[in-house]
Design a protein around this ligand. Structure first.
Ligand code: SAM
Length: 373
């Protein structure tokens, strides 16, 4: 077996190398992996971490993903929708607090009322956030599930900021059998893996910087599966990745299948982030909130292992407790400004700085789109 320090000097990795790195548990090896990923990030992307203020504007969902706390069949969770004014107010708060970008997330709906609501919100956010500090307005990431190509195009136009336009749609796992197990509901499969991949292609055609990702530590998932997930990130030529640990939710259908022990899960999630960074250098990787549900300084650890994006939750506090995708979701109680200050402190402790009033688009996308100066 190759020695870890030899392995970490490589710039190309075989599947065998990737699995070897993913399975690290020895603390000394883990430190070497962490340092290599952090340095690789600095070398390719510099020292800044970018904010995407997360606005979870509705937990109404038409799908039944078996792992998710806001799935349609969980009748225990009160459903909510923020008004247009509440969403726009949160977005303006982000702009005033020097965030370069926001992320709008919700449960999955494809009805015209929902589509028109998002269109209207996007147009207003753009109008209200163009300023000297943000000449093209706030950058927008949408995380609103699978839609048609026409809808992606309609939203892209409404967002009004083609250089700060992004969509995050995780494929959750590249193992087809596992994917179907996660999305099987009594009468049908809500989601199809091939359809998910097609949606990612449609998003590129519609002009978005395309992000995807997986859950790490799903019951039945192997290290080989995670290695194939990284290969799939490469094949899809993604611009950004958001991935985090799988955590059971009391309202989900998979509670009985359990989850990995927390410490081992954290280790695996950090290994996956670090190895992804070593294999794909110039993409943006977000430190998922789920890392913080496992350990208080989870997202800080994400940054130390190669993440360069963080998504402070700026959803109004009154509805936040109802967007519980999994147990122990952090920042349920804090006002946005508290979590903002706290996060800045966390980021600076890692040695990084916060990129204020910048879009922070991925270098990978900038190269493809001819946006490098
Ligand atoms: N409906 C949109 C979609 O499917 O892309 C956006 C919302 S969905 C709730 C956002 C992400 O939450 C999913 O892609 C999934 O990976 C993550 N998620 C849901 N339940 C989770 C759980 N129990 N543990 C970790 N992540 C979870």
């Amino acid at each position: 077996m190759k020695k870890i320090d030899t392995l970490l000097k490589q710039t190309e990795f075989s599947d065998e190398d990737i699995v070897r790195l993913l399975q690290i548990t020895d603390p000394q090896e883990a430190t070497l992996l962490q340092k290599a990923a952090f340095n690789r990030t600095t070398e390719h992307l510099g020292n800044q971490v970018y904010y995407r203020g997360l606005i979870e504007f509705s937990n109404i969902c038409t799908l039944d993903c078996r792992y998710c706390g806001i799935r349609k069949s969980n009748h225990l969770v009160p459903r909510y929708e923020l008004t247009k004014e509440q969403v726009v107010e949160a977005a303006c708060w982000a702009a005033e607090n020097h965030y370069g970008s926001i992320c709008l997330q919700s449960g999955e709906r494809r009805d015209s009322k929902f589509i028109d609501f998002v269109t209207d919100v996007l147009e207003t956010i753009h109008q209200k956030t163009v300023s000297d500090a943000l000449p093209s307005g706030l950058g927008i990431t949408l995380s609103l599930g699978e839609q048609t190509l026409e809808v992606y195009k309609q939203w892209a136009q409404a967002a009004g900021n083609p250089i700060g336009l992004r969509y995050l749609l995780r494929f959750e796992t590249s193992n087809l059998k596992l994917f179907n197990h996660l999305h099987y509901s009594k009468s049908h499969h809500d989601k199809g893996l091939e359809r998910r991949y097609q949606a990612l292609k449609d998003l590129r055609e519609a002009g978005y910087q395309v992000g995807s990702g997986v859950m790490i530590g799903i019951p039945g998932q192997t290290l080989e599966d995670l290695c194939q997930d990284i290969r799939t990130f490469q094949k899809l030529d993604l611009d950004m990745i958001g991935m985090g640990p799988y955590i059971t939710s009391p309202g989900a259908d998979m509670l009985g299948e359990g989850m990995m022990e927390k410490k081992a899960l954290m280790r695996l999630a950090l290994n996956m982030i670090a190895v992804t960074r070593l294999v794909i250098h110039d993409i943006n990787i977000a430190a998922a909130t789920a890392l913080q549900a496992l350990e208080d300084d989870g997202r800080e650890k994400g940054i130390l292992h190669g993440c360069n994006v963080i998504m402070p939750n700026i959803t109004p506090r009154i509805v936040r407790k109802n967007y519980q995708l999994y147990a122990n979701k952090p920042f349920i109680e804090q006002e946005p400004s508290d979590s903002n200050k706290f996060l800045q402190h966390c980021i600076e402790k890692t040695g990084r700085t916060v990129g204020l009033n910048v879009l922070g688009s991925s270098i990978h996308w900038k190269k493809r789109a001819g946006q490098m100066q």
